[in-house]
Design a binder for this molecule. Structure first.
Ligand SMILES: [Zn+2]
Length: 343
């Protein structure tokens, strides 16, 4: 598979509420394939493919935001204090971050005490977000502000997309830019097909499935499908029943998570489509987390919904790893699902 689009999406800057860059990439990619395209008042981008009369309307949703940070205070010495959207503090010491300042991007590192001067107690202490600070290379608040830093500035992890070789890729924000990629490929393939689909790049998923809620209200679909990048935890020290999903075992199909129980009709269409087309798939074994399906299915009188996801290791951390094989199989499965549920 060509990695150009996935790389662009992964590198795009887009903490919740500031998804413009990811949205523009989807726009450039899909504008020519859509019968209608529009951006709504919250920033969701909606691409419509009009199919034959009488076919059910399917809403696809992939969120354009990523986990990120909000600068809530600048110290006299110029250090930034953070609020986190979706990242637990244990993952943060020493990480590189990038902020969108008033005069362009500012890069920084979350400061750490050299081990040489840490007390025994400090080494064992749990990490607390309020103790952490970002150093963008300053000694005073004035210096930081002169360079464009401000309280209210947002940031994300500073990690470049990389082809690791052998079909493995590494990048930030694969939750859910891998899903955005899948949705884009599926939408492009609909050209000339009889199926009715609205593909939505949603906003603010990471802070409570917000954009998909207002998008689903507008679309008023017959079925909803969230396309995600979900947690593969095939790593050392894990008991098999504690591994929600693994790499190279195909798209991850949700039966239930904390936000939705997949509608049996949708689930059946997904699994039957996979079996008919011989597409490998796995069930998400641990029903935690939530996806846009959680808000779509509660829209108006209710929308039968489900979730199909690309397995990704280390989501909500600085850099995730997934495989092109899993991404391609997810594209195949979403397409097969659309055909089956539309028939
Ligand atoms: Zn996600």
């Amino acid at each position: 598979m060509d990695l150009t689009l996935l790389k662009k999406l992964s590198n795009a800057y887009g903490p919740p509420g500031y998804e413009d860059e990811a949205r523009e990439i989807l726009k450039a990619e899909l504008e020519g394939f859509a019968d209608e395209m529009r951006v709504d008042s919250l920033g969701n981008i909606l691409f419509t493919h009009r199919g034959e009369k009488g076919r059910p309307l399917i809403m696809l949703a992939a969120h354009t935001d990523e986990v990120g940070f909000l600068v809530r205070h600048i110290e006299d010495m110029g250090y930034l204090r953070l609020h986190s959207w979706g990242v637990v503090p244990n993952l943060l010491p020493g990480q590189r971050l990038i902020f969108r300042g008033k005069k362009g991007d500012l890069k920084g590192v979350i400061g750490t005490k050299p081990p040489h001067i840490m007390s025994e107690e400090e080494r064992k202490k749990p990490v607390v977000l309020d103790d952490l600070f970002v150093d963008i290379g300053t000694c005073t608040r004035e210096e930081a502000e002169t360079r464009g830093a401000y309280e209210g500035m947002t940031g994300v992890f500073d990690v470049d997309f990389l082809d690791l070789g052998g079909g493995y890729v590494r990048g930030k924000a694969l939750d859910d830019r891998a899903g955005c990629y899948v949705m884009a490929e599926v939408f492009k393939s609909l050209k000339g097909s009889p199926f009715s689909v609205v593909a939505v790049g949603t906003v603010q998923e990471e802070v409570g499935l917000r954009g998909s809620r207002t998008a689903a209200y507008q679309v008023d679909p017959d079925y909803g499908l969230a396309i995600e990048g979900t947690f593969a935890v095939d790593m050392p020290g894990m008991a098999p029943h504690m591994v929600p999903a693994s790499l190279r075992k195909g798209p991850v199909v949700t039966i239930a998570d904390a936000s939705v129980i997949a509608h049996p009709k949708v689930l059946k269409a997904i699994t039957e489509a996979a079996e008919e087309r011989k597409i490998p798939y796995q069930f998400k074994k641990i029903p935690s987390g939530g996806t846009d399906a959680g808000s779509i299915h509660l829209t108006k009188g209710g929308v039968p919904s489900g979730t199909i996801a690309v397995p990704c290791r280390y989501i909500h951390g600085p850099a995730s790893i997934t495989t092109t094989e899993d991404i391609e199989n997810t594209v195949r499965l979403v397409k097969a699902f659309i055909e089956r549920i539309s028939a």
